[in-house]
Write a protein that binds this ligand. Structure first.
Ligand SMILES: C[S@@+](CC[C@H](N)C(=O)[O-])C[C@H]1O[C@@H](n2cnc3c(N)ncnc32)[C@H](O)[C@@H]1O
Length: 276
């Protein structure tokens, strides 16, 4: 978009890597339970089955890799944050986990029958490169599936966090300029991008995911302790802004009370394409 600051790809990558490195334990204890709600849909999308070679890009702490192993797939997980991989290796010793960059995959062409990427694409400075790399390492007729959150206007959880920051603080904090967070939460954009990159049979499905918390007071501390970009954005507000944001998030979260705690819906888009 005109007027947006240029993205320093290396600075953004470094920021994300440092962020995920710090929150790896927190991520595994909180967000991985959220993102893994779509694991079966992703594995269905790529028709995961016994004996298939499957690459899990930006695998984080390995929950999707572990579910792919349960289907009998021969799984390689790749992530550039070693602290995430330490947890992945203990969670799923049956898979091989490697440090590497999604935009420059350390694999030969035509190696995998499936490539999956759960909530990774929104963290890549040049997602087109990551998509092209996934296409390259896939065998002919292999499938690629990735997920991304839908924008706040259609996503109660994201709206609660980002809408509240916008109202009581600022989203314009001193973080490295980044690609649009919700670009691949737009089905048309997903279809167009995969088609341009050379995928066929592209389909896009919307999925419901629930963010659950024991009590409303847990929402903001959990995000700060487990998310790289959103957590930094919340931490970087002034004291007063942070206080106001926290109170507003608590009030907002109370609307989602259930008998078991707090359950805030969010939506994600699952995109699947096939290599010709
Ligand atoms: C939101 S987490 C998703 C983790 C996991 N797929 C899940 O669903 O829970 C994003 C992951 O992407 C990794 N990541 C970000 N940019 C990357 C890159 N360029 N190459 C490899 N991994 C990357 C981070 O280290 C982090 O583990």
């Amino acid at each position: 978009m005109t007027g947006d600051p240029p993205i320093d790809h290396e600075a953004f990558k470094q920021f994300e890597r440092d962020g995920f490195s710090k929150v790896a334990q927190g991520y595994n204890g909180a967000i991985a339970q959220v993102t893994s709600q779509v694991n079966q849909a992703i594995l269905d999308g790529v028709e995961a089955r016994a004996g298939m070679r499957l690459l899990d890009v930006a695998c984080g702490t390995g929950w999707l890799s572990a579910d792919a192993v349960k289907r009998g797939a021969i799984v390689t997980g790749l992530d550039y944050t070693e602290n995430m991989l330490v947890i992945a290796r203990s969670r799923c010793p049956e898979a091989e986990f490697r440090v590497g960059d999604a935009e420059n995959l350390p694999f030969e062409s035509d190696e995998f029958e499936a490539v999956v990427c759960n909530f990774g694409i929104l963290h890549f400075p040049e997602p087109e490169k990551a998509i092209a790399e996934s296409l390259r390492v896939l065998k002919s007729r292999g499938r690629y599936a990735f997920t991304c959150w839908t924008p706040p206007a259609h996503n109660p959880f994201m709206s609660l966090i980002l809408g509240t920051v916008q109202t009581y603080g600022t989203i314009d904090v001193d973080l490295p300029p980044a690609p649009p967070l919700f670009r691949f939460g737009d089905p048309d954009e997903c279809k167009k991008t995969l088609n341009v990159k050379g995928f066929t049979s592209v389909s896009v499905t919307e999925l419901l995911i629930n963010w659950t918390f024991s009590k409303p007071e847990d929402v903001m501390p959990t995000i700060i302790a487990s998310s790289a970009r959103l957590g930094s954005m919340l931490s970087m507000q002034t004291g007063q802004q942070r206080h106001d944001i926290e109170n507003a998030i608590i009030e907002g979260a109370k609307k989602y009370a259930t008998n078991d705690g707090i359950e805030i819906p969010a939506y994600a888009v699952l995109t699947v394409g096939r290599k010709p």
